[in-house]
Design a binder for this molecule. Structure first.
Ligand SMILES: [Fe+2]
Ligand SMILES: [Fe+2]
Length: 198
């Protein structure tokens, strides 16, 4: 079954001004496609809620200075509980609800999407299948070539060192299929980037 993803185009357009921050314009489309792949494996999940949540989950970064994001959100101590992490979630809820209202989504959809955005990085345990799919899609892109190319700079690491770090992070994944996908992706990324040599 093919899914018509063009129904989300108005949301992409409305969110476009927030896509320049922190390479959202690479991360978010890639994670959106990972979410579609997981949705194909989990028909019990809600396609609109997951698709809209992954599309909007990081737009809150757009209101935070990039140097501060890297200093506190990626390179400091306790990065997952840093103030900027919480701030990008609350700003994501604020901007995300505006975008969804503008594009005609119902109050119920807005509430469900915002529940996922709020806490996607900082909530210790995911709440339900939709939340799990969004969390896994958020992380899966890192294992591909673009993810390693972009994120190694955030962490001030070489591609190989960052790939080695990712090899210890498969515990991130909520769903067993996500872990299998991440393992295969990392293996092909290592080959593509010649990480056995470089
Ligand atoms: Fe995030
Ligand atoms: Fe993200």
């Amino acid at each position: 079954m093919t899914t018509d993803l063009s129904r989300y185009d108005p949301v992409w357009r409305a969110a476009e001004p927030y896509m320049r921050a922190r390479k959202n314009d690479v991360h978010v489309p890639l994670s959106f496609h990972w979410a579609q792949r997981l949705l194909g494996l989990y028909p019990g999940a809600d396609r609109d809620i997951c698709s809209l949540a992954i599309l909007l989950h990081d737009i809150g970064w757009a209101t935070i200075d990039m140097d501060r994001i890297l200093r506190e959100g990626f390179r400091g101590p306790n990065i997952l509980q840093s103030d900027v992490r919480y701030l990008h979630e609350t700003e994501g809820v604020r901007l995300g609800s505006e975008v969804l209202r503008q594009t005609g989504w119902s109050a119920d959809v807005i509430a469900q999407v915002c529940e996922i955005i709020d806490g996607h990085d900082t909530r210790p345990e995911p709440r339900h299948l939709n939340d799990r799919i969004v969390r896994d899609a958020d992380k899966l892109w890192r294992f591909g070539v673009p993810g390693i190319a972009v994120a190694c700079d955030w962490f001030a690491m070489t591609p190989r060192a960052y790939a080695d770090r990712l090899a210890g992070e498969f515990h991130w994944f909520e769903l067993p299929e996500s872990r299998t996908l991440a393992e295969a992706e990392l293996e092909s990324t290592r080959a593509a980037l010649m990480l056995h040599v470089l």
